[in-house]
Design a protein around this ligand. Structure first.
Ligand code: SAH
Length: 355
């Protein structure tokens, strides 16, 4: 059973990271019938934090399971609620005392959650707080799922949409991201449709192609932010590995396989990427792709050198694109009073601990 040590800490597997097939293999290897695996899978996906809570499972099986597995905890450390729009931001603590962030937003069509995929990030984007204190580790599939289960329980809601736009680069934690997507889509679990899930990437082109080959119809969201390699190299080091042309060719491949419209995120930075010429070049670059562009005035980060353009300039950029026929909107800012964007609270938490 290869998976047994796959998601392991202190030689114990995170049981919530296991698919139902893997869990069944484990339970039958302990000489229990298959239906026990179904029951345990249900408990895990209901958000239990301990084996004790599984009231219909024999004690002796629970004890055998806790010898070789654990439920990697995702526990609320801090919770902030926006007075402006009700957006909730959680700082979650993990088994090894690392912290991550998760944001829950209410929209007309239901609740949307923004989950983290790594503790920290290696990608080095100049404008992003998450990467400033470096990379610590990948999240386990069960820890990505755990953010949803905990948030649902804490707020007594059902999440209907997921965006992988929190801390980390999901395609740099590729296998665990795939595993998470399958877990969250499982009809015996919380069963969120792939079409209600967005995977956001700064542009790991090879892994976009690998993701396409899984043919899960998730929305691919590309953090583009610049339209020339010179500029993109300066603000997003990943561009030195996969330039814009390689990235867009991977996007075309993704679209040809999945048939899904691609989202392009474009953070407007004053005086850097917000000219009329940038708007025209952006429109030309995306020709032949079925897309939607989200414009986001960049959030100023601590000690950051980039500022957002004023709203007049943001609207002008949007209007230029729309006039050319692009599908484009300015993203609404939610939770601005609680530092709801990427990585800001984790860095405050780490600083308070003197890390
Ligand atoms: N690594 C992934 C997902 C995490 S970042 C990615 O790069 O897509 C989620 C989104 O927030 C990305 O589009 C990222 O570029 C953007 N972002 C990060 N810091 C930002 C900031 N200070 N202002 C505006 N957008 C930011």
């Amino acid at each position: 059973m290869d998976f047994i040590l796959q998601f392991s800490e202190k030689n114990k597997t995170d049981i919530r990271s296991l698919s139902l097939d893997e869990l069944t293999e484990l339970i039958t290897s302990l000489n229990y019938p298959k239906y026990r695996a179904d029951q345990i899978f249900r408990w895990l996906h209901n958000g239990v934090q301990s084996f004790d809570e599984m009231t219909n499972i024999p004690k002796i099986l629970k004890s055998a399971l806790s010898d070789c597995t654990f439920i990697a905890p995702v526990t609320v450390y801090k919770k902030y609620i926006s007075d402006l729009d009700g957006t909730v931001k959680f700082v979650y603590r993990l088994y090894d005392d690392n912290f991550i962030e998760t944001v829950v937003m209410k929209y007309k069509h239901g609740y949307s959650i923004c989950v983290s995929s790594q503790v920290g990030c290696k990608m080095g984007c100049e404008f992003c707080q998450s990467t400033k204190s470096g990379f610590v580790r990948n999240l386990l599939p069960g820890e990505i799922l755990g953010q949803i289960l905990e948030s649902q329980q804490n707020l007594e809601i059902r999440i209907s949409n997921i965006v992988m736009m929190g801390i980390g680069e999901p395609l740099d934690n590729f296998d665990n991201t795939i595993k998470f997507l399958k877990l969250v889509n499982d009809p015996r679990g919380i069963n969120i449709g792939y079409r209600h899930i967005s995977v956001s990437t700064c542009g790991l082109a090879d892994n976009i192609i690998r993701l396409a080959d899984y043919n899960l119809p998730v929305t691919l969201s590309i953090s583009l932010h610049a339209v020339s390699d010179d500029k993109r190299n300066c603000i997003m080091p990943i561009n030195l590995r996969y330039n814009i042309q390689k990235l867009l060719s991977a996007c075309r491949y993704y679209q040809s396989v999945t048939g899904r419209r691609i989202s392009f995120e474009y953070s407007l930075i004053d005086g850097v990427n917000d000219s009329d010429a940038d708007a025209k070049k952006l429109f030309d670059l995306l020709s032949g792709i079925m897309y939607h562009i989200n414009l986001i005035p960049v959030n100023k980060i601590e000690n950051g050198i980039y500022s957002p353009p004023d709203m007049k300039k943001v609207r002008r950029f949007n209007d230029r694109l729309t006039a050319m026929g692009a599908s484009c909107t300015v993203r609404r800012t939610l939770g601005s009073d609680i530092s709801a964007s990427c990585g800001q609270l984790r860095s405050k938490t780490e600083r308070k601990r003197g890390i």
